[in-house]
Design a protein around this ligand. Structure first.
Ligand code: ADP
Ligand code: MG
Length: 711
């Protein structure tokens, strides 16, 4: 299963920002380590590259995760268990115990009491440092042990009694194996001294914001004054953090706005509405458009009339009727004598679109071409020739559409269904198909809703239309969570529903590690159900079937010759069989939230009450439990997406790691929604009044990669 990232909608030219690093986890740097950095040898440079530090200016933006207070000494007697403190002690004795595990055990005391320091891992040098009589500053948590108070593996520093204490809180940085905090601290201090950053924001702007200057904010975060309480500075709401986050958001907004402007500068064929073919289709459809369909098509129609390429995302929950909006848009191109294509990620889905469009458009005397990997060579060549001569204006297909021999000389509109299944390159290839000097209009469709704040920042380069209304007459889907021991009862339910004339999907467990195992499970599942339901016809579709086998089984299911369809996630997207009213998902706990929502959306498409049964196996992981709870409690795709975002975090959510979108390190789009709004306004102002400031800010956050934007 290759769930392509959503976020790669944003043009490939965008610089890839460092990924948000959850809890100090390192990431393999995508850039080579810097050479010739004074005081930084090749090995150190490589380790720094692992944490995305490629030079002094990156170090300055490498901010602490948390802080430790070494500015004061706590008498042993005053230390509370579980709170990290620094104590100054004198060593009484030190010995290596051999009973059980080899340990270094050090007894020490200060004026208020005694403590045992224990080390399981230690070097000979440490043992020497902690010889009897030595004066030590130890930093760690005290806890009650067998022989009184203990500190396990405290951080130890040998000092002269009464040596001066540091004046600021000690920062703890995200790091990686082999890169010590002390080394990082030294490098950061040097960078701050020699490469201090300027605040590029004009004074007037900064004063309006009531935030510290950038250099002040950075100094505060790297070396907080001793008067500052740890809780205050660790709180990301602190003005210094706010200033950093605003800067980061500004860089992101500026980049996205520039990408948007670059697109607006390109040419596209203008396709004004003539209301001929589109009106004919509306007369032909067995239903009236929903308000949301009419509104979104209006938005698209206006874009198509423009001489600049549309780049619009049509977002609508499963079953909201996106296909029909796409068909109308394609007809607006055809009305202008131009070509339009619809690309879908799977053969099943592309074929379903093809059938639907062909049926809708045949009465209008319009032919639709069908391109997929499974077409026979002769047929395929004939189709290609008619597309190349623009004898056929409309085509539907899989990624076969973007292959080399396909020529679409009059291409004016490309629709990409379930766009997140495609990569940037595939969409770019589609864009190349039109006439030289022209970019076709692009309409992307997705049922995976993007929370508003994410859409706003990551999709600044996109216009978004939302289908926020389902066609009338749908009965809500009932979701049930059932332990998998009760599978027999579920089979009875399937039997009953089918004998009443309905149909059912049975989704077999997802096995991501091995395709062979996945196949085996699907086949076993099929055999089990065939044996258990002799009076019904059971079909099987999975990714390894030949296309014509898949399509024959799907056709049989659509025609109700097959009542139970055993499937892998190949049916996850788009499949539309209104008579199917029961969806069973085995090992639902293994699926992602978006996947579960998509799968459930395959039912509830007709007039019959639909049920989705989620079979799960225990024990459940924490996130597995949270996901099942979310899918059980919510049906609204937007709410589910928000839950998904909460459970997985934004980086995961939009898969931005692979996508080349500048991800945020410090700002959080949900939590910092207010800052996002401010940054958007500021970005506009800065781009208008002070473009050189915009360059400096993006360069700071995206380094050399920012220049790519101007390409
Ligand atoms: P999705 O947005 O998930 O791609 P589809 O385009 O597959 O949804 O539409 C789901 C079903 O709803 C299809 O059977 C379609 O023909 C039907 N449909 C679309 N628009 C309307 C409408 N306005 N009224 C009634 N049914 C509609
Ligand atoms: Mg669809």
């Amino acid at each position: 299963m290759s769930a392509e990232p959503l976020a790669d909608l944003v043009p490939a030219e965008l610089p890839a920002g460092p990924a948000r690093r959850p809890k100090g986890e390192g990431r393999t740097g995508s850039r080579p380590a810097l050479k010739g950095w004074p005081g930084v040898g090749p090995q150190l440079a490589e380790r720094l590259a692992k944490i995305d530090v490629f030079g002094p200016s990156d170090l300055i933006l490498h901010l602490p995760l948390r802080y430790e207070d070494e500015t004061r000494l706590t008498p042993l007697a005053d230390a509370r268990p579980g709170v990290a403190v620094q104590c100054e002690v004198e060593v009484l004795s030190s010995e290596i115990t051999l009973g059980g595990r080899r340990q270094l055990v050090v007894r020490a005391r200060d004026a208020s009491g005694e403590v045992t320091l224990r080390f399981v891992h230690f070097y000979a040098a440490q043992q020497k440092q902690m010889a009897a009589g030595a004066c030590l500053r130890v930093f760690g948590e005290l806890r009650p042990g067998f022989f009184g108070l203990e500190m396990i593996h405290p951080r130890v520093r040998g000092v002269e009694p009464g040596a001066p204490l540091p004046e600021s809180l000690t920062p703890v940085y995200p790091t990686t194996a082999g890169l010590a905090q002390s080394a990082l601290r030294k490098l950061v201090t040097g960078a701050l001294r020699h490469n201090g950053l300027r605040d590029e924001l004009p004074d007037g702007l900064r004063q309006r914001l009531h935030l510290p200057s950038l250099p002040d904010a950075l100094r505060t975060l790297h070396a907080p004054p001793p008067s500052m309480a740890i809780a205050d500075i660790e709180d990301r709401g602190h003005p210094a953090w706010q200033r950093i986050k605003l800067d980061e958001l500004l860089a992101q907004q500026i980049s996205l706005r520039r990408a948007y402007a670059a697109r607006r500068a390109k040419n596209a064929p203008s396709l004004p509405p003539h209301d001929t073919l589109t009106r004919a289709l509306l007369g032909q459809l067995p239903f009236a458009l929903t308000g949301a369909q009419a509104r979104t098509f209006g938005e698209i129609a206006r874009d198509l009339a423009s001489a600049h390429p549309m780049q619009r995302l049509l977002q609508g929950d499963v079953g909201s009727g996106k296909t029909c909006v796409a068909a109308l848009a394609m007809l607006q191109a055809a009305e202008n004598g131009r070509q339009a294509v619809l690309m879908a990620p799977t053969e099943i889905l592309a074929e379903q679109h093809y059938r639907k469009l062909a049926a809708w458009l045949a009465p209008l005397g319009l032919e639709v071409a069908w391109l997929s990997g499974s077409r026979r060579k002769k047929e395929r060549e004939a189709t290609l020739a008619r597309l190349a001569s623009a004898e056929i204006l409309l085509a539907v297909g899989t990624h076969a559409l973007i292959e080399d021999p396909v020529s679409l000389p009059l291409l004016a509109l490309a629709v990409v269904d379930e766009q997140h299944r495609f990569g940037v390159r595939q969409r770019l290839a589609l864009r190349e198909k039109g006439q030289a000097g022209e970019s076709p209009h692009m309409l992307m469709m997705s049922a995976t809703p993007i929370p508003r704040t994410l859409a706003m920042s990551y999709y600044a380069d996109l216009d978004v239309s939302v289908l926020d209304e389902l066609p009338p007459g749908r009965t809500p889907i009932v979701t049930k969570l059932i332990k998998d021991e009760r599978r027999d009862e579920v089979i009875l339910r399937v039997r009953q529903a089918c004998l009443e004339g309905r149909q059912a999907y049975w989704v077999c467990p997802l096995i991501e590690e091995s395709e062979a195992l996945q196949l085996k499970t699907a086949e076993e599942c099929y055999e089990m159900l065939s044996a258990a339901l002799p009076e019904l016809r059971v079909g099987l579709v999975h990714g390894r079937l030949k296309n014509d086998e898949k399509s024959a089984t799907m056709a049989a299911f659509i025609g109700n010759e097959v009542q139970v369809l055993v499937a892998t996630t190949v049916i996850e997207v788009g499949v539309d069989v209104p008579n199917a009213s029961l969806m069973v998902i085995e090992h639902a706990e293994r699926f992602g939230l978006a996947q579960l929502h998509q799968l459930r959306g395959r039912v509830g498409r007709g007039v019959h009450e639909s049920v989705c049964i989620l079979l799960f196996a225990q024990p459940l992981s924490q996130t597995g439990r949270e996901r099942l709870k979310a899918i059980y409690e919510h049906t609204d795709g937007f709410v589910i997406a928000r839950e998904d975002l909460r459970i997985r975090g934004p980086g995961e959510f939009i898969g931005a790691r692979q996508s080349g979108v500048p991800l945020l390190r410090y700002a959080d789009l949900e939590e910092d929604a207010v800052l996002v709004d401010i940054a958007r306004g500021l970005a506009e102002e800065i781009l208008r009044d002070a473009p050189q400031v915009a360059d400096a800010i993006t360069a700071r956050w995206f380094g050399g990669r920012a220049s790519l934007l101007k390409a």
